[in-house]
Design a protein around this ligand. Sequence first.
Ligand SMILES: Nc1nc2c(ncn2[C@@H]2O[C@H](COP(=O)(O)OP(=O)(O)OP(=O)(O)O)[C@@H](O)[C@H]2O)c(=O)[nH]1
Ligand SMILES: [Mg+2]
Length: 431
Amino acid sequence: MQQNRAPPPRYPEQLTIALLGKKIHIKNVIGNLILNDPSCFDSKSDTLVKGENISFSVINTPDLCDAEYPNPDQRIIDFMAFSHPGLDLFILVVDPENAQEEKVVGQITKLQDVFGEQITKHLVVMSPDLQSLEALAHLEEVFNVPIVAPTDNLPIECRTWCPVGHSFVYEYKDYSQGVVLRRKAAIEKSRAKNNWGSEDTDATSQATLQHNSAPAPPISTSVLAAPDRWFNIVLLGLTGTGKSSSANTILNTGGSKQDITPFRSEASSIPVTSHCEFRFMTKPFGIPVRLVDTPDFFHEDLRDPEAHIEECRKYCQRGQCVVLLVLQLGRFTDGERGILLKLEKRLGWKIREETVLLLTHGDDLRGDLVKHVETHPQLKSIAEMCSFRCHAFNNKILDNKQVTELVKKIPNYKKRFPKIARKEESGCQLS
Ligand SMILES: Nc1nc2c(ncn2[C@@H]2O[C@H](COP(=O)(O)OP(=O)(O)OP(=O)(O)O)[C@@H](O)[C@H]2O)c(=O)[nH]1
Ligand SMILES: [Mg+2]
């Protein structure tokens, strides 16, 4: 028997997220992951459905970008009515069958046409398929949108993708606000008539609404092919030490940088990198690698350092990363005293187990690196904590060998980078 339930209240911190894309079953899984409820979305038909918990209101949409469907305009108006006056995040869910670049670019362009250029500031492209992510990685720069895999951490990540303090509000370019508001009123009337949780009997919209405000059991991500299988190379250190330059040296390995924008790096009296940034690389390492450049977390000019550290923690997880602790050769500042301990405290684990001390300005090195480290007590004590995994980069030259040698110092490198280990055994460099 149907109960006459009132709609749950809207919580002040609740974010509204729309799931867009072609395959209903993947959108269902991602929606359930965000809501932490394995059964909220289970419809097999591509209709407009809403689910919510205390943190999120998730609108699962039919494919809004496919003009071949009947009533394409009505779908968009219904969606706008459902989410009026706007929302916080759009997630474009890409399935392997529809991961070709032209299709994804077509979808993003269509969304820009319908909702305005600004949509990309509130857009994330998500695919559970690793190959699709690799193929689409460069679109991250083209549209300036994150291209990501869904992980167990999705609810937290969704919050980080939502621009702080401002939601996306509709511009009403092709559809007038009056039309949307009339549709909203009609849906609400129909909903009141049919009670919560029932099918909307209005055949034009095929809209259904379901609510979930009950506490939910945890969900397994096993249905998702690839939670986050990228191996992360995370560069940490104080400002001006050469983190971004070193990241570019790695990015350049085997001439692979041509189609990837380098990290910004320059001589400056103020910090240059102001937030965590990453680039994807696959070729030279033989495994998918996310190269993560970071700001100086301890710099007084960095606004909201905790948010940046939180962002970094996503990539800096035990077993899934190596940390390159970057220091400039010949310059040891007060701020670098105890830096490894300070980072461990902020990141919440003994990163020293997965850290290589990376000294930049290798062009200034006279003689042997090990000797240099041993004769500088401050450096020596950091090196000792990382089991003497030390390496020097000269970021002023193009040299794959220095990257190969660095990789060989990464703990368990043979297991982690079997392709490089094999090449190494046969005497080849990274290419
Ligand atoms: N000669 C020489 N200069 C280097 C080397 N590595 C970095 N630099 C220079 O050092 C300066 C700072 O480098 P960045 O990579 O921007 O430093 P960062 O650590 O990213 O700095 P923030 O983004 O401010 O945290 C730049 O002018 C680089 O060109 C190196 O190996 N040799
Ligand atoms: Mg930088």
